[in-house]
Design a protein around this ligand. Structure first.
Ligand code: DCP
Ligand code: MG
Ligand code: MG
Length: 595
């Protein structure tokens, strides 16, 4: 008899949490439909950068798929109504509103956004509280309490059955396991919250489970306008749930890991550069393969500069184990940046036009994310303030940064997505002098001034060696270095609130690298901020940010950063360049600094 291989010991998932994962249905399409309700019954596609970023479910019934070309979509459905979705601002506004709604129901503030239309909510505490309130003799007449301080805030529900769909076998009320009851309460809370989102005009899907990984996968089972509780009470059930999934579907397992593991399991060479969701192998095929173990995975997936512990991480994911926490919400993003990609801008007026557009969006975002209603009585203190608008800045960005990237590589003239260069300087005070509506004429003046006095000079410094023919493939304008206002103290506002806010502001002072976002997706790259890009490296299976992004890198002997091997020559050239130029270091992975 074969002895079990100790290296292949299965990790165990923690089951002490209840986590909800919300994903809005055909998000951009719903945003457009809510503005033009007559579109609701028609097949609708939202176009970005020449492709269908998403489409409504009427269109999906006609065979239209997300992220396909216009031609393919029109072929499947000639009557498809196509609406331009290039401007992300309306989607962002809705996203923020719905996030705030969900946040208002969180007790522990563990709420995390993923992209624009997904939210994780750790509701373990709310569920534990409500378990205590249950009357075992009258479960069908239960009451779900939504606030520990207000017993009347809540809703009636039937605790003898789950709300929505269940994936897995339910033995009914005769099963008195605590985990079943916790998940059941989670399902009723999820349904209540989905109805709240519907009151705002948006349908969503939700997954209910014990980790972010399992909740996200479960939520995908019954879409649209539905929810799924993963009833996997034992380890075996979790494994059988995971085993059926295509490898590439697992958040955190990106295209490169998929190709490597697929190649290993199928015993054939795979094209490692192929970036697609296509996948032939299931989790089960890999997990049960006798040659797969944490050390074997570590070896298979290793390369110069690859993440240590990747083998264990992937081994855990294959077993449905994900202990990562839902990150606590932040009041203020650490930076706000807006960017767009182009097919080579060369003319000064094109640059000017794009800088004006991006800066206007940036100012709008700053107003949405950084201004709050000022309820301070009397004269405003501690910060720029318009008494008419009664708004105050939650935080001041101290720095503005401009980043550009050429459209094509100087060596082989092909489009590429690295070698960003940046320059930053102090954000001029006049930007924060007005809290007027960002579409007002004074805001337009601010945008004009910021572009002509600050951004254009930065642009010319960045692209100093060329007078024209800049071949610009990307422009990113970003405000960062957030600092708290002192208004709280001076006006005698709640000091605890102020300290909490300062802590939030200072908590994560990393400058994130937003590189490589959106190259494979029409929307994501256009406009980033920290709030949304926090964990996309592990979680967003649409984007290039996967665990395996770190493969195939060498450490640069000059700056110590890990650089993709193919880019090393060019990177070394950058070190030899004009000392005055700010070269983005470590642009492939973690935080980077500027000279
Ligand atoms: N999006 C994008 N580019 C991508 C992926 C998504 O622009 N590569 C945008 C369009 C979507 C939104 O993000 O409306 C949310 O992405 P989802 O994958 O959740 O897609 P939908 O919400 O549109 O559809 P579903 O009902 O399948 O969730
Ligand atoms: Mg969605
Ligand atoms: Mg989504």
């Amino acid at each position: 008899m074969d002895l079990p291989d100790p290296k292949r010991k299965a990790p165990r998932a923690r089951q002490d949490r209840v986590i909800l994962h919300f994903d809005l249905d055909c998000f951009y399409a719903q945003c457009v439909e809510n503005k033009q309700p007559s579109l609701k019954t028609l097949p609708l596609g939202i176009k970005q950068k020449g492709i269908i970023a998403t489409c409504n479910y009427v269109a999906r019934r006609h065979g239209v798929k997300k992220l396909t070309t216009i031609a393919e979509a029109k072929k499947a459905c000639p009557d498809l109504v196509i609406v331009e979705g290039e401007d992300l601002s309306p989607f962002r506004d809705v996203s923020k509103r719905l996030y705030s709604l969900l946040r208002s129901y969180s007790w522990n503030a563990k709420i995390e956004r993923l992209g624009l239309d997904e939210v994780f909510l750790d509701v373990s505490d709310v569920v534990s509280y409500n378990i205590e309130l249950l009357n075992k003799n009258a479960l069908h007449q239960s009451y779900f309490c939504l606030s520990p301080s207000d017993p009347e805030a809540g809703f009636a529900f039937d605790a003898t059955s789950f709300a929505g769909c269940v994936h897995g076998r339910d033995n009914g009320p005769s099963d008195d396991s605590v985990l079943r009851m916790r998940l059941l309460l989670g399902s009723h809370l999820a349904q209540y919250l989905r109805f709240k989102i519907e009151e705002e005009g948006y349908t969503s899907s939700c997954g209910i489970s014990t980790s972010k990984l399992l909740a996200k996968l479960a939520g995908d089972k019954n879409k649209p306008r539905n929810q799924t509780t993963l009833l996997a009470l034992g380890q075996e059930e979790i494994l059988s749930f995971m085993d059926g999934h295509k490898l590439r579907k697992v958040p955190g397992i990106g295209s490169k890991i998929t190709r490597v593991l697929e190649g290993f399991v199928l015993g054939k060479e795979m094209d490692l550069d192929m970036h697609s969701m296509e996948c032939f192998t299931t989790v089960g095929q890999v997990r049960t393969h006798p040659g797969i173990s944490p050390p074997a995975l570590e070896k298979l997936l290793s390369g110069p500069g690859s993440e240590r512990g990747l083998g264990n991480k992937v081994w855990a994911l294959l077993h449905g184990v994900d202990d990562t926490e839902v990150k606590p919400a932040r009041d203020v993003p650490t930076q706000i940046s807006i960017e767009d990609t182009y097919k080579g801008l060369n003319e000064p007026q094109e640059i000017m036009r794009e800088l004006l557009t991006l800066t206007a969006s940036l100012l709008r975002r700053m107003h949405i994310d950084l201004l709050e209603d000022d309820d301070t009585p009397g004269d405003a203190v501690g910060g720029t303030h318009s008494t008419l608008a009664r708004k105050r800045w939650l935080a001041y960005p101290k720095t503005i940064r401009l980043t550009t990237r050429p459209y094509t590589s100087p060596t082989d003239n092909k489009p590429y997505n690295w070698a960003r260069v940046s320059r930053s300087c102090a954000l001029p005070g006049f930007v924060l002098n007005s809290t007027n509506n960002p579409s007002s004429s004074s805001a337009e003046q601010i945008v004009n001034r910021l572009v002509t006095e600050t951004l254009l000079p930065l642009f010319h410094k960045l692209n100093a060696e060329k007078q024209r023919g800049w071949n610009i493939g990307l422009i990113n304008v970003c405000v960062t270095n957030m600092t708290g206002t002192d208004g709280g103290v001076a006006s005698g506002r709640d000091i605890a609130t102020m300290f909490r806010r300062q802590e939030d502001i200072l908590r994560d002072f990393r400058v994130h690298n937003e590189d490589m976002k959106g190259e494979h997706s029409p929307g994501r790259g256009q406009d980033n901020d920290d709030e949304e890009s926090q964990d996309s490296d592990t979680w967003d299976h649409h984007d290039a940010h996967d665990l395996d992004e770190d493969l195939d890198r060498d450490r640069c002997s000059l700056c110590g950063h890990f650089i993709p091997r193919f880019a090393m020559l060019a990177h070394e050239r950058y070190h030899r360049m004009d000392a005055d130029r700010e070269v983005q270091k470590g642009w492939a992975t973690g935080p980077f600094q500027y000279r």
